[in-house]
Design a protein around this ligand. Structure first.
Ligand SMILES: Cc1ncc(COP(=O)(O)O)c(C=O)c1O
Length: 349
């Protein structure tokens, strides 16, 4: 049985967290003279002079209902990138501990590890972008505290095998992070439903993709109450601003629209994948459970620059492992995809 307390850094175990004015009194009504705010109001319109709810209680309450979990199992952060950083700060002793990642994958795991001076063990996904389970098991050491699984994976786009993930969850004695930034486009169950079975599981999701709120920087982490309470202890006191909290609540109250948008993106993705495959310059299109498509292109660098010249910006992933000659296309709106395909048809003319 995993003991979270034992996995924590010594200084975090003993940390006395900051207590904000809103921690000490959290009622709504009264004359607030406790937080050195500007009692005359805010300079621009919008009543922005008061500090926001440090615990994002209303967002969590609504989210808990939608995700079928409990507020105590939810952390809300300044993008899911904040949760990635907090994982390192909570569990990894700089200069001593390690994390395991499976490239090609999302770049922030390694950057956050490097910032925190944590060794990164890289076990590449197979050429078909699946978990290489034997190599993963082989490379875990006693100091490996975090293991990142990105599913659907960025940049390959595919969901990773559930049975292999389950094997890791059962066998690994550290924290397993499943990054589900793109799960809404996958039409498969989230791992949130398995939180009660695995104390060492943390699921990351974000408002930046399906909910269309990348600009306001709000991410989510779901996990055991003990892990979430550590995140809340070490985060900045007012880590999610009030404007963002309000916009997220508005979004959560309009789940139907989100479902419609996701459906439209999936339909565009499937159309785009099919047509890309018919292009002479496209060697392969990888199956996608995301809102983007990875494709193997003849002379990817040249095509990338050709698209740039035509003011179409895609991501060149050719220098990532197993992504030779690969470009990553975010699924655009219908007219954007038509334009992309038209321009691609004219390549080499
Ligand atoms: C796999 C993955 N996780 C997390 C993020 C970042 O999410 P956020 O905007 O919530 O920081 C991204 C962004 O592209 C991503 O691809």
């Amino acid at each position: 049985m995993i003991n979270i307390e034992n996995l924590l850094r010594e200084n975090i175990k003993n940390l006395m967290p900051y207590s904000s004015a809103r921690d000490e009194y959290n009622g709504d009504i009264g004359i607030f003279l406790d937080a050195n705010e500007n009692s005359f109001g805010s300079i621009p319109e919008g009543n922005l002079n008061r500090y926001p709810d440090p615990h994002q209680s209303r967002v969590k309450e609504k989210l808990a209902k939608i995700k079928n979990t409990n507020s105590k199992n939810i952390f809300i952060g300044n993008g899911s990138d904040e949760a990635i950083d907090l994982l390192f700060r909570a569990f990894c002793e700089p200069g001593k501990d390690s994390c395991l990642i499976m490239p090609p994958t999302y770049g922030m795991y390694k950057v956050a590890a490097d910032i925190n001076n944590i060794e990164v063990i890289e076990v590449p996904l197979t050429t078909q972008f699946e978990i290489d389970i034997d190599e993963v098991i082989e490379n875990i050491s006693t100091n490996t505290k975090l293991l990142f699984i990105c599913s659907p994976n960025n940049p390959s786009g595919n969901l990773l095998d559930r049975d292999l993930i389950r094997k890791i969850l059962k066998g690994f004695n550290g924290i397993v992070i499943i990054d589900e930034a793109y799960i809404d486009f996958a039409l498969k169950e989230s791992w949130i439903g398995e939180l009660t079975n695995f104390k060492n599981l943390v699921v990351l999701q974000t408002f930046s993709k399906a909910w269309g709120l990348a600009n306001i920087r709000v991410g989510m982490a779901f996990g055991d109450e003990e892990i979430i309470s550590v995140f809340n202890k070490i985060k900045y006191p007012y880590n999610v601003n009030g404007v963002s909290q309000k916009k997220v609540l508005d979004a959560l109250n309009n789940e139907v629209k989100k479902e419609q948008v996701v459906e439209a993106i999936i339909s565009e993705r499937n159309k785009l994948a099919k047509i890309l495959l018919t292009k002479k310059i496209v060697d392969d299109v990888y199956p996608s459970d995301s809102n983007f498509i990875l494709a193997k292109i003849k002379s990817a660098d040249k095509v990338y620059n050709y698209l740039l010249d035509n003011k179409i910006i895609v991501r060149n992933r050719s220098n990532m492992i197993n992504c030779n000659e690969c470009l990553r296309f975010t699924v655009g709106a219908e007219e954007e995809n038509i334009k992309l395909l038209n321009i691609l048809s004219k390549y080499g003319e």
